[in-house]
Ligand binder design. Structure first.
Ligand SMILES: C[S@@+](CC[C@H](N)C(=O)[O-])C[C@H]1O[C@@H](n2cnc3c(N)ncnc32)[C@H](O)[C@@H]1O
Length: 152
């Protein structure tokens, strides 16, 4: 997406997407939102574990509900690939299920320590704030973390 000269990348189809795996047409909600808002957006379908294949860099990366679906092994692969596509000084904004959310239904719960550990090298964790997030899989809002992280 181009916005005032900055380049941003966002992960995962919009809430209520058609599929829960990449490549199943889940861009439709995002396309509709972009059209409603008059935004010019380039949609790509791909695996976030292959970010290096993009061959380009962005000022900002937005993650809504992706990080918390990744298995432990995939998490380090994702973060390494992410570092390659976010320019030095660029930022990654992470919104994920929090360990403050009771119960076990839905995505795995993420602790602040897990976020800090995943971004310990090559990144600076600027803030991690408790927020409420609308969930497609659970009625109402759920406890989440909103983290702002800078690529060093
Ligand atoms: C919990 S949903 C979040 C959907 C949406 N972004 C939101 O905020 O409501 C997680 C999304 O991650 C996507 N996803 C999971 N693994 C992925 C991967 N390896 N590559 C790309 N997308 C993936 C799924 O397709 C799914 O749409």
């Amino acid at each position: 997406m181009r916005d005032r000269g900055a380049r941003a990348a966002g992960g995962g189809p919009g809430a209520g997407g058609d599929g829960d795996r990449p490549g199943r047409g889940g861009h439709r909600p995002g396309r509709e939102k972009a059209a409603q808002r008059g935004l010019e957006v380039r949609f790509l379908v791909g695996n976030v574990l292959d970010l290096a294949d993009l061959g380009e860099q962005f000022d900002t990366a937005l993650d809504s509900g992706l990080f918390h679906v990744l298995e432990d092994d995939d998490r380090s692969v994702f973060v390494a690939g992410l570092r390659g596509v976010v320019r030095p000084g660029g930022r990654y904004f992470l919104l994920c299920f929090s360990d403050r959310q009771p119960g076990v239904f839905g995505p795995r719960r993420i602790t602040q320590d897990e976020i800090r550990a995943a971004f310990a090298d090559g990144w600076r964790v600027d803030s991690i704030k408790p927020v409420m997030m609308d969930s497609a899989v659970q009625r109402g809002a759920v406890h989440a973390w909103l983290a702002a992280i800078t690529r060093t």
